[in-house]
Each structure stands twice: as C-alpha cells, then as structure tokens.
Design a protein around this ligand. Structure first.
Ligand SMILES: *[C@@H]1O[C@H](CO)[C@@H](O)[C@H](O)[C@H]1NC(C)=O
Ligand SMILES: *[C@@H]1O[C@H](CO)[C@@H](O)[C@H](O)[C@H]1NC(C)=O
Ligand SMILES: *[C@@H]1O[C@H](CO)[C@@H](O)[C@H](O)[C@H]1NC(C)=O
Ligand SMILES: *[C@@H]1O[C@H](CO)[C@@H](O)[C@H](O)[C@H]1NC(C)=O
Length: 387
C-alpha cells in the first residue's frame, strides 16, 4: 500500500513539473518548442502527412516518376498527350543541393536536347512553350533554376525551350528590353504558342501551375515566399508572366526604356489593360514561387525615373515597344540545357552612343544619327533621365 501511494505521488510530481516547464515555455512565446513537445506523443500520426504540403521541406520530389522510357520508334505515330498530365503531383519540394553543377543537371535530364529543348518521348505535346530569361552574372541562380525547371516542365508534358537572354557589357541592366529581344529571337526559331517571361531567381513550387497560355495575359508568380505568399498589390505583374505571341504584340511588347531595377513590371501591367486585355492568374495555392535570395546586383540599381515614366505609359506604349526595338545580336550558343543569346542592347543614349553623349544629358541635342525610338520618345515628352 505504502509503495503504491509513493509511486502515485512520484507520478503526480513529475506531471506537475512538466506542466510548469510547458507553461514557462509557452509564456516565452516558444510555441514551436511546445508543439514539438506534443508532437513527440503523436509521432506516428504526424509523419503520415505534412500539415499543408507547401513548406520548403514538404512536397514531392520534382524528379519523381520522370525516368526515361524507351524512345518510341516513329514520332508521327505518337498519340497526343492527355489533357491532364499523369505526372502532375501538386506541391514540389524546392531544395538547393550543394555541389550542384551544370553537368550534374544534364545527367538528371537525359531527354533534354541541345539548346535546352524537350518534347515528351511518349506522346505529342499539346502545348509549345518558350521560357525567356533575362540574364547577367547570375550563373549561380541559373544552375538551381535549371535543376528545378527542366523536370517541372517535363512533368507537364510540354514541348518547350529555354532561352537565356544575356545582356552584354556592364551598362545598367534592362530586364524588359531583354524580354523583347527574347520574344523576337525565340519566335524566329520556332512557332511557339506561349512565351513565359521568367526571372531567373523564381522557382515554381507546385506543378499544377501550368506553363501554358490563357485567353488573356497571365501573371503566374502571384504568391512568392518573399511577399508572404500573397499578391503584394492588385496590379502587380512582376516575376513570371505568360503571353501568346498575339497578346504580346497587341500591347506592343514590353517597354524598352526602363534601365535599372523597378517600374517596368508595373508598366507592363498597365500595357495589358491599355491593349484592351485583362489579367488572368492561377489560384494562390498554386501560383507559388520560392525566390533565391540575393542582394540588388551592381549594374541593376534602382531606377530613379520609374515613377515619372509610369505616369506616362498611356502616352508612350504605342511608340515604345516591339515596334521600336533595336539591338545587336552578338552570339547564339546552343548549350545542352539552354540557348544563350547574347545581345548588345545599347544604353539610354541609343545603340551606338558616341563619346559626345557622355556630356550632361540636358546639353544633348537630338542629331540625325539618333534612332527613331529616341525621336518618338522625345516627341512623346519623355524626360531624358540624367545621371
Ligand atoms: C508551413 O506552411 C503553412 C501554410 O502553408 C504555414 O502556416 C506554416 O507556418 C509554415 N511553417 C513553416 C515552419 O514555415
Ligand atoms: C510516382 O512514383 C511513386 C513512387 O515513387 C508512385 O507511388 C506513384 O504511383 C507514381 N505516380 C505515377 C503517376 O506514376
Ligand atoms: C565590365 O566590368 C568588369 C569588372 O567590373 C571588367 O573586367 C570588364 O572589362 C568590363 N567590361 C566592359 C565591356 O566594360
Ligand atoms: C552567354 O554567352 C556569352 C558570350 O559568349 C558569355 O559571356 C556568357 O557567359 C554566356 N552565359 C551563359 C549563362 O552561358
């Protein structure tokens, strides 16, 4: 009797100590530690299914079920791919394997052919999508991007190609103009029916996020980890967007005159509506992206003119865009995982600035050598950015 009583007392004391410890922990706001404590008791239950399936560590392996089937004999006899790919699984785990190399990515993607092209081996794709990526000095991001995006697109059974548009030289980066170049160069190669304009540091986290076009321009990157997986504001059109060639030309492409960081994506959003179109979006639990962290690159400083320029989009969009695009193709390299298109897109002063144009901007007089675009821009009242 006595021993049983002392055992009970011991147990009660132990429980009391535990309660006090837990109360202290939760008072300190250490909910996570407390829930960890509880989880120990529910271990089997917990491992069965992750709570939301959307955190970086949950979700499926993007390479799962992509093993190469034997290539069928004749492509002409292939049936069309099904409306919904059987490989689609939902949330995808985004990881950054250490020691990853481009040749490692190549080995994991044996069916990707020269120039970063792919067609499903066992069916005829219903959609042909080009991915356009403006790029400079981001090789580290590019590697992780390719590691995830190749299998991601293969899961969707797309006929696709990846184009890197590399801005030559050290002059201020111009994302939107590089997109225009990418549009022209990709369409020159292939009759793509959809173009994805894609930042290199954004990785899709759900393979239900379909890389195909809609009847109106699509903004795909609506839920980024950086913005707490919410749309930062209603007109936001940055990161990843998708347009058919007709939609792209209907809004005269993207603006050519946004040099440096910021503004151009809002300009593009305004162009969509000036072109008489609306914006479509996937749902927030599908249009999810993880951003590879980085600092603002040198050569891509904030564009101080961006707000002035945005206010004038209504006047400038018909004059500045695909119809005024000028650039010089420097090289086109067909790498195994992507096509590298290197271009000179010039500067604010034009494609071939004369040494004279280094003078203060106010003193600059349009000369006969200035491009059509500059004249139009001046006529439209564009303030020449001074720096
Ligand atoms: C996991 O994601 C859910 C929402 O999907 C969120 O509520 C939760 O805080 C996330 N957990 C961590 C550890 O990020
Ligand atoms: C994908 O692979 C998993 C095992 O890794 C299997 O359980 C699942 O059925 C496969 N799905 C398809 C569509 O083949
Ligand atoms: C660009 O900058 C790098 C170093 O900052 C320099 O080595 C290179 O020569 C520059 N290139 C041009 C075309 O000015
Ligand atoms: C693209 O080509 C240019 C010119 O050859 C080269 O300088 C650049 O490093 C290449 N970029 C990539 C990502 O391959």
């Amino acid at each position: 009797m006595v021993t049983l009583q002392s055992k009970w007392r011991y147990l009660v004391m132990l429980l009391a100590v535990q309660l006090v410890v837990m109360a202290l922990l939760s008072r300190e706001g250490n909910q996570r530690r407390v829930s960890y404590f509880f989880r120990i008791f529910r271990k089997t239950e917990h491992t069965a299914s992750p709570p939301h399936g959307h955190n970086g560590t949950s979700g499926g392996d993007v390479y799962a079920n992509l093993s190469a089937p034997a290539r069928s004999a004749a492509r002409e006899d292939l049936p069309y791919c099904p409306r919904k790919s059987p490989l689609i699984g939902g949330p995808i785990r985004v990881t950054f394997p250490s020691g990853l190399t481009l040749s490692g990515v190549e080995r994991k993607n044996p069916l990707v052919t020269r120039g970063g092209r792919y067609r499903p081996p066992d069916c005829e794709a219903k959609h042909r999508t080009a991915i356009i990526i403006p790029h400079r000095n981001r090789e580290h991001h590019l590697k992780f991007f390719l590691y995830h995006v190749h299998p991601f697109l293969q899961r969707q059974q797309l006929d696709y190609g990846i184009y890197i548009i590399h801005q030559a030289g050290n002059y201020t980066f111009n994302r939107a103009k590089l997109m225009n170049v990418g549009f022209r160069e990709a369409m020159r190669e292939e009759d793509w029916d959809c173009l994805f304009f894609h930042d290199v540091d954004l990785i899709p986290e759900d393979d239900r996020n379909s890389y195909t076009c809609e009847t109106v321009p699509k903004h795909a990157a609506i839920a980024m980890d950086k913005f707490g997986y919410k749309l930062p504001y209603k007109m936001y059109f940055g990161g990843v967007s998708a347009l058919t060639p007709l939609q792209y030309l209907r809004m005269n492409g993207f603006p050519n005159n946004y040099w440096g960081w910021g503004g151009e994506d809002d300009d593009i959003g305004i162009r969509v509506s000036l072109g008489g179109m609306s914006i479509s979006r996937p749902s927030v639990n599908i249009g999810r992206y993880k951003m590879i962290k980085h600092k603002l690159d040198t050569g891509n400083e904030r564009n101080p003119e961006r707000f002035n320029m945005l206010a004038k989009t209504r006047q400038t969009w018909k004059l500045d865009g695909m119809n005024s695009l000028d650039y010089e193709l420097i090289s086109r390299e067909y790498r195994q995982l992507y096509t590298n298109i290197t271009v000179n897109i010039g500067t604010e002063e034009g494609l071939h600035p004369t040494p004279k144009s280094a003078a203060p901007a106010d003193a600059r007089i349009p000369t006969s050598s200035s491009t059509k675009k500059e004249k139009q821009a001046n006529a439209a009242g564009k303030k020449t950015p001074d720096h």
